[in-house]
Design a protein around this ligand. Structure first.
Ligand SMILES: C[S@@+](CC[C@H](N)C(=O)[O-])C[C@H]1O[C@@H](n2cnc3c(N)ncnc32)[C@H](O)[C@@H]1O
Length: 360
């Protein structure tokens, strides 16, 4: 006979599966809030507390569905994306009107005033159908060894971006919003690492936001933002930054140091070694270095960002062609093969570490 503990464990197991079966609902509710700019609306009232009617009144629609909105907000409150309390204006218990406020989570979702550090463009990008559809192909990848993005869209992500300006924008905006946040953490964690550098090339730098942010803290550095031609073609001008279009598998512009954020995780070991060898060609042998900003996986770790490292590893199956997240041993191996036998790992207050690697 099953003990009470077994019955409880079985029931919990069932609840656990229901929760995971519908985990995508959390993402969709989050995306909906960003699309409707609910965080911005609450921010426009000083961050709350605001009523549902006040939120609805600023949604650009002649008749917003407040009952739908209330239900979506109820889930997001439960998920701690927004805070809430009940209005009791005269101390009575009779009024049940819910009031909503921003909290430390929803403050990351602003797109208007106050959005200096925002993950909203990343939410819109990652939760867009274009990037969601490859997630349905993980099983095919296991069965056939195929590439999820290619199964879903018939071509690699970078070719898709070069052919589809809307996706190109969506992707580059998503990446750019992370630059401000993560580069701030990188500069904080890497402190003196940029001090001795006269010129810095950001390989796969997207639209140049990361190198521009670094230069704001280190204005003596000459910055080069290097990416595929269709990406730099849409990049805004940044003070102190020159945009260069090209292919990192062919050649990389010369500089004192190479910076690469979220590049190596897009590629398999063989491709990473090719990129590293080209980095080595691009920097002085004696005192050049590569500064790699990436996840260093700790699969069993209980740090704030350790679990998201594993999620990013699957993200690489979904969106890249052969990419993966790596633990320290895996990093050591490709660095050595790519001509960088000496390295340090520096933690930053973010999901990324700095892997500083030297040719000698
Ligand atoms: C994941 S994104 C990272 C962008 C940026 N470093 C960041 O973290 O925000 C990868 C970047 O690599 C660029 N890329 C892909 N293949 C490339 C190549 N062969 N040469 C140069 N850049 C490339 C993409 O266009 C894209 O901007």
């Amino acid at each position: 006979m099953e003990s009470l503990d077994d019955t409880e464990a079985t029931l919990r197991g069932q609840a656990h599966i229901w929760k995971h079966m519908f985990a995508f609902v959390d993402s969709m509710a989050l995306k909906c809030a960003v699309e409707l700019r609910i965080p911005d609306i609450i921010h426009s009232y000083g961050g709350g507390p605001v009523t549902l009617v006040q939120i609805a009144s600023r949604i650009p629609s002649p008749s917003p569905g407040t009952t739908y909105l209330a239900r979506i907000m109820r889930l997001l409150v439960r998920k701690n994306i927004f805070s809430t309390h009940r209005r009791q204006p005269d101390g009575s218990q009779e009024s049940h009107e819910m009031l909503y406020s921003l909290n430390p989570s929803s403050r990351w979702l602003l797109q208007g005033p106050g959005s200096e550090n925002s993950l909203a463009p990343m939410v819109l990008m990652e939760d867009h159908q274009w990037l969601m559809s490859p997630w349905h192909c993980l099983g095919d990848c296991v069965r056939t060894g195929g590439v999820a993005f290619e199964i879903a869209h018939g071509r690699k992500i970078w070719d898709f971006a070069s052919e589809n300006p809307e996706f190109n924008h969506l992707f580059n905006d998503g990446m750019a919003c992370t630059s401000k946040i993560l580069v701030k953490a990188i500069v904080e964690g890497y402190k003196d690492g940029f001090e001795s550098i006269g010129s810095l090339v950001d390989v796969g730098g997207g639209t140049g936001g990361a190198v521009a942010e670094i230069i704001k803290s280190y204005p003596h550095i000459q910055g080069i933002n290097f990416d595929l031609p269709h990406v730099v073609a849409t990049a805004p001008a940044h003070t102190g930054v020159t945009h260069v279009g090209g292919d990192m598998f062919e050649t990389i512009p010369h500089a004192d140091a190479v910076f690469m954020k979220w590049i190596m995780h897009d590629w398999g070991n063989e491709d990473c070694v090719k990129i590293l060898k080209n980095c080595r060609e691009a920097i002085p042998e004696r005192n050049g270095k590569v500064i790699i900003a990436e996840v260093v996986l700790k699969p069993e770790g209980d740090g704030m960002f350790d679990e998201i490292g594993l999620v990013f590893d699957l993200l690489m199956i979904a969106h890249s062609s052969g990419g993966k997240e790596r633990d320290e041993l895996e990093w050591k191996k490709i660095l050595e093969e790519g001509g960088f036998p000496r390295y340090n790992i520096i933690k930053t207050p973010s999901m990324l570490s700095i892997i500083e690697a030297y040719p000698l």
